[in-house]
Design a protein. Sequence first.
Length: 242
Amino acid sequence: MNIQNISALTQMLTATGFNETIGHRLIQNICFKPADFMLTERLLKGKDILTCSIFFERNGDEYACNYYDASFLKELEMPDTVIHAINIRELDQRMNQIDWEVSEQALQSFRLSYETSWQREKLVEKVVTDLSRLSVTDEGKHFAGCLKLKHWACISNTLVGNINTLRSRFEVSQRFYFFDGQGISIEEVHRFLLNRWLEKKLHAKRRQENGEEAETSEGNGETADKSLLKKKRRIKGNKIKR
């Protein structure tokens, strides 16, 4: 392995703002000598979540990192609302207490005959059942989608299904490039994507308001048409009487 190359990549990525442990993850992948590979970093910015997919390509005995994709998810606040006897905020708290990634320690301590060793799985099953109950109505389906995206973003699609549709509703993303070993810092990326998220939210609000205005205009037009029709009928009736 080219340790100098791995060290240079680690320095570039940590200077950008990624975790220092990324060097260990790099060497774990590079030892297999793949043609290319991707690392995913999930960073908390306050209560916002920044998920970065970092791409690497091999050129001879060296690897290069030219860009990464960053997705921004604004904190999803859950209301203290009850739908189908399920409290949204309480369900959010329950999901927050579950370790959604199966740890090696949990696998080693598992015994099917000991219910305590699969207590986590019982809690997961209850959560999944409650999410299904919520999804019966449009309002509940909205909050169920928010909760899935908030807690299941890093879980394999084979377990929870494809949530990319949900991502497009709540997330904003952008590709960022490295040039001459330098890139935009994670802090700047966070500010940039936060601004894009606010812009997206503003456009959505305007579209909703314009839709309501159009609906009101159509309703007023229908009322005016009915009034005009009644007026014509009255005039026609007066003519016949004469």
